[in-house]
Design a protein around this ligand. Structure first.
Ligand code: CA
Length: 158
């Protein structure tokens, strides 16, 4: 059993007409690549956000429980330059970028190779952090895994 299971929060969001999504927020910061692997190894997928409804429900949960330094989502433009959800292969259609993002910032921290993975929540950047930023994929962040499930009880449903 690895550390993944030690420090996480479990909750559910009912997405209209899409059943019930089970989410876990893993606080231990890891690179985007490791987050992708860890979610898969837990039988889940790194989270994608496909509608305003899903975005708002997720943001409400994270706001109520305190943002940390943001969370990895499954979006990346490391392929052909467009953003895709790496878990589903679908193009990122619904977006919730923070103002001025994505800026593909060329920084020392990312060896001047730019920013190619989607971070949800950026408290140091905005008083209203519940939007997206592009960030260097090697940065270490908490992350959110999700899995479509049947809802069995009202517990933890927001
Ligand atoms: Ca950025």
């Amino acid at each position: 059993m690895f550390a993944f299971y030690v420090n996480f929060i479990l909750f559910y969001i009912i997405v209209q007409n899409c059943g019930c999504e089970k989410y876990i927020v893993v606080k231990e910061p890891v690179s985007w690549f490791q987050a992708l692997i860890n979610c898969k190894n837990a039988g889940m997928e790194l989270a994608s956000v496909n509608s305003e409804e899903e975005s708002k429900a997720l943001d409400k949960y994270l706001t109520d429980n305190g943002y940390i330094y943001g969370y990895w989502l499954a979006g990346t433009n490391l392929g052909d330059g467009s953003y895709y959800w790496a878990t589903t292969g679908r193009k990122v259609i619904y977006t919730n970028w923070l103002s001025g993002q994505p800026d593909n910032a060329i920084m020392e921290y990312n060896n001047k190779e730019g920013e190619h993975c989607i971070q949800l929540g950026m408290p140091t950047y905005s008083l209203k952090p519940n939007g997206w930023n592009d960030l260097g994929c090697e940065c270490k962040l908490s992350y959110i895994c999700q899995k479509e499930e049947t809802c069995y009880s009202d517990e933890n449903i927001i």
